[in-house]
Ligand binder design. Structure first.
Ligand code: ATP
Ligand code: MG
Ligand code: FE
Length: 336
């Protein structure tokens, strides 16, 4: 089975060809980062227009790289939510047009199911059940993957997503957009013990997260220094902030592992590319003697390969969407 997958939920226009669910024949990503940098974040209207401009080129490049044509495809997979409605619509309209023209089955995919499925690409032996920490620009979820396509959310953020906190702190210390990779890099030059930022827990919900407190603490620290006229070390702030976030993510993840007696744990989403998180989570899983999976950084941030993998398992489960498929900006995980 060969699937052409399309992803356009945010600011990456991406297409990929996936064979039999786990083999990536091509993975093309056109990022709009340079464009949105000017504004310090993603501008939805600009994102939609850029997707329209790029989508056909990106799909053609993915087919070329796989040395195939649309006639070789068995199905079309596409992200239909969650995300920016105008951005999603470009991918969905394109996928419907191809499915109609080529009489191919259409499989709509949940973007976060895609992020989780990225783990299957480089871990051929990984199969459900397992627990996955999804940490991205818009989500921070602890998810129990009971089976392919069957999810239970064990914990979630009460306010900011982890990636959002990285981006906001990066802006505050003048690193620009997108902040996650820049904080990751700068952290390596700083002392993670220099400043003690709060690690928030939610009293009655041990698997939930809250990141607005640590973000405010960083802003207060900077304001405090500026008011007193003392200089601050941005590398120390980055390293200490990253440590505060990583510590909480690891702690809650291991709590979930204990509560649900799983022997397999995975991470997914853009923040899963963070070197500090990967290292700390690996050590924690080793200590517990459980299997740890994590995608290569290129499969952590937005891409279409992960959507193709998720589409394959949805296809096997019988999921088919009609030409009335619409973009669903607030789609819930596990809904079809
Ligand atoms: P969602 O997947 O929730 O819809 P999104 O698609 O915008 O949101 P992703 O592309 O999955 O998010 O991830 C982007 C986020 O990951 C950004 O917030 C970015 O700062 C963060 N990120 C990327 N690389 C790193 C890194 N090395 N360290 C920390 N954060 C990172
Ligand atoms: Mg992005
Ligand atoms: Fe994403």
């Amino acid at each position: 089975i060969k699937i052409l997958a399309i992803e356009s939920s945010c600011d990456e226009t991406a297409a990929a060809v996936i064979r039999n669910g786990r083999e990536v024949l091509s993975n093309v990503i056109s990022s709009q980062i340079e464009l949105h940098k000017l504004y310090g974040g993603v501008v939805p209207e600009i994102a939609s227009r850029k997707h329209i401009e790029k989508v056909n080129q990106v799909i053609q490049a993915a087919l070329d790289e796989a040395e195939m044509t649309l006639d070789d495809m068995d199905a079309i997979g596409v992200t239909y939510g969650p995300g920016l409605v105008g951005a999603l619509l470009v991918g969905v309209a394109e996928a419907k047009a191809i499915a109609y023209a080529k009489k191919l089955p259409l499989v709509g995919v949940h973007h976060i199911e895609g992020h989780i499925s990225a783990n299957y690409i480089e871990h051929p032996d990984l199969e459900p059940p397992f627990i996955c920490l999804v940490v991205s620009g818009g989500h921070t979820h602890l998810v129990r993957v009971k089976d392919y396509g069957t999810y239970e959310i064990l914990g979630r953020t009460r306010d900011d997503a982890a990636g959002e906190a990285f981006d906001k702190v990066a802006r505050a210390i003048g690193l620009g957009y997108p902040g996650g990779p820049k904080i990751d890099k700068l952290s390596k030059e700083g002392n993670p013990e220099a400043i003690s930022f709060p690690k928030a827990h939610v009293a009655e919900a041990p698997l939930d997260f809250s990141f607005s407190g640590v973000k405010s603490a960083v802003l207060n620290y900077i304001n405090g220094c500026e008011m007193k006229g003392i200089s601050y070390n941005t590398a120390d702030i980055a390293a200490s902030f990253q440590k505060a976030v990583v510590d909480v993510l690891v702690e809650h993840s291991m709590k979930a592992v204990e509560m649900y007696h799983t022997d397999k744990f995975a991470i997914a989403g853009g923040v899963a590319a963070n070197s500090g998180l990967r290292k700390a989570m690996k050590a924690a899983c080793e200590q517990k003697g459980i299997q740890f999976s994590y995608p290569s950084p290129i499969f952590c941030t937005d891409n279409a390969a992960m959507i193709g993998v998720a589409a394959y398992y949805e296809y096997l489960a019988g999921t088919r969407h009609g030409l009335d498929l619409n973009a669903v900006p607030n789609l819930k995980l596990g809904e079809r």
